[in-house]
Design a protein around this ligand. Sequence first.
Ligand code: DPP
Ligand code: ZN
Length: 878
Amino acid sequence: TPVVKREDYAAPAFLVDSVDLCFDLDPAKTRVLNKMRLRRNPAVAAQPLRLDGEDLNLARVLVNGEGSSFKLEGKQLVLEKLPEGEEPFELEIFTTCAPAKNSKLMGLYVSQGTFFTQCEAEGFRRITYFLDRPDVMASYQVTLRADKAAYPVLLSNGNLVEQGDLDDGRHYARWVDPHKKPCYLFALVAGQLVAREQRIRSRSGGEHLLQVYVRPGDLDKTEHAMNSLMASIAWDEARFGLPLDLERFMIVATSDFNMGAMENKGLNIFNTKYVLANPATATDADYAGIESVVGHEYFHNWTGNRVTCRDWFQLSLKEGLTVFRDQEFSMDMAGSVSARAVKRIEDVRVLRSAQFPEDAGPMAHPVRPDQYAEINNFYTVTIYEKGSEVVRMQQTLVGREGFARGMKLYFERHDGQAVTCDDFAQAIADANPDSELARLLPQFKRWYSQAGTPRLHASGYFDAEARRYTLTLGQSCPATPGQPSKKAFVIPVALGLLDAQGREIEGSARTVVLSETSQTVVFEGIDAAPVPSILRGFSAPVILEHDSSDAELLTLLAHDSDPFNRWEAGQRLALRRALAAVQSADAVHQPLDAAYLDAMRAILRAPELDAAFKELVLTLPGEGYIAEQLDEVDPQRIHAVREAMREQLAHALQEDWIQAFEAHQDNGAFRPDPVSSGRRALAGLALNMLCLAARENGNPVWPGKALQRFKDAGNMTDRVNALSALVGSGSALAQPALERFHALFKGEELVLDKWFALQAGAPDRGGNILPLVKQLMQHPDFHLRNPNRARSLIFSYCNANPGAFHRVDAAGYRFWSERVLEIDAFNPQVAARLARALDRWKKLAEPYRSAAREAIARVAAKADLSNDVREVVTRALA
Ligand code: DPP
Ligand code: ZN
């Protein structure tokens, strides 16, 4: 497969001033008339015009109103004889496409009788021939025509300027977008939809109409999305001075969507998962997800839309920055110091459990990649989450106000342009000329060019006589594909010292900027060996290697003023015990010791700590994260060890779990705020633990209480937590509860997704999960072509349930390869995500390793694979 390289970037030979699109919408055959005004780019030598197109039927091409000769070369439409000179000319292209047959969900497609589009990254070429690249920005006007009864709502970007009836029961609407945009931000929607509406007046006095469109019947699930949108608008104005630049801002939900959501200018299209919520159907995690994704897409309006990417290698320019912005938004919304820390811990957990493995595996790539075969494969945790950390470090290096100044300069310089990651970092540095970022900018930018997770080595030395503590910080970074050696990064390391009693030593807190391979930090006037707290708040996306003693970690866990490092100390204590048990030759038996269990009990009892924080501390590191620490991975052994740890925690802390469960019952109206959701989370964990303990001693009391709670729950969080306590502990009550759950939520697609996911993600007991997953694929509610449903069953098993997926008989891998091929035939993007489930196969112990390689080879052997899957499996086998 051909590879696209960043270094091959060349400016477009033609520019598009305006696009006038006219659609005659019909599921079987939609007609698209595309009238463009183009001109030659004076900065580029004359060459033919090459327009991208895919799965289109071309009927006619006119240049300045007259028939013109053209060639089709591969997927491109090539026009050689075009007017010379710099004068604009008109190009008219008439094509048809078949939205009902579009199973890739890229371009124009039909979902449950409604038309939707998805154009990022390269879907617009499936709608019409075009210069489908983000640095070509044009003005759009769009006319939609369709049957009025079947498609009463007709939407596109910008403002509705005209609408009316046509013959034969048809009608039309005409939309004009006041802003220039790249074609990946084009959108249309046509169908039977209803909207929640809100008129707002923004700080700057502008009036705006906000609309959230859903299917009739879902209107009662739109309040939270609308509230999140209003909060996002207010936040962006308050924090960054960025106002809403549109009279009308629309969100439309669809249940068939490859991604989470899409930031089309003025017409965001969302996966229903990130719009629909009410207390009966959505969990706290769903509410939080909606807030952050609504925020994310809204924030793209400036970071992505007003200033966009020069080319797709710069994807993190908009995605890393916009994830950073949505994370900051969620933190600011959370409010308290503790709730902010909880959000930070959750974000770091995602980074470490998903991005670190990516950065250590065959798909490792820099935040600004150098090449790709298929751009859809690069919407990754590296581009998004690591990209966000790279922006966060810039904020750390220039300060919060300095960063806001940098953003201001970025927009002053680049509003309306398509730019690069370099342009962004330059603006932040230039706005803060005296900062460490400005001083170290070229070196700092290695975060954009070098892949791999850096190691931060720390070792301390206390000189009692000199009353001096010396901390030596060093760095290294392992090789990644195509990058055998790495140069030193700029790593902001927030740290402080505690004394033996756990009190912060005055004046010790600081942010050290590590830019050499090794540097020392000296603290004078220290009376006794201190306990260092390093990488507070996870100030850089690195792996900290520091030989802290258990005693030091226990001190940090009990006393650190930095909540992140408090949590981290608990994770390190657990990880140390997990690794010892995994690597021991003995049978798995009680990996946890009294010191650890006592510390956890103390956390659970601590009156000053929030429930949400306790729940995070009491949750053991995941199996994937444990696996990442090992050179050779036996997933079954890791699963057995972690389960043994969970059972020990369940037994040893039983009295405290009862306390925790009973003290965190709320009976008032459901509110998804951090305090209430934290209480529900802790009560849920406690119930889980109590059912687990009951499994051993056969005591039916707690499974009975869980069933009762499942039945009486006043909200989905409590209900699903009770159900998962039953399922997770293998209780005999699980099956009737699952049946009842299904009956209660018939027709609630997002809830049925939970029902499938819960079963596919349950702990494996004697190999029972794979047969269950296969059986569920035959369920009348299972639809492989619906991405959410495929993810809820198949991904929950292959990507999120290692103990069940990695089977000695390789049946899990066979199932995986069959599904990858099956899905690839109709939706390559979803298939390629699934294909990544075996990314880390080289670390597996035998017999898993050979079986996994065989399964990947089976996929790779298929002749007509998509580019998407081909790239993933080729890199895995390389
Ligand atoms: N829709 C994806 C996102 O918002 C790609 N832009 O992140
Ligand atoms: Zn985004």
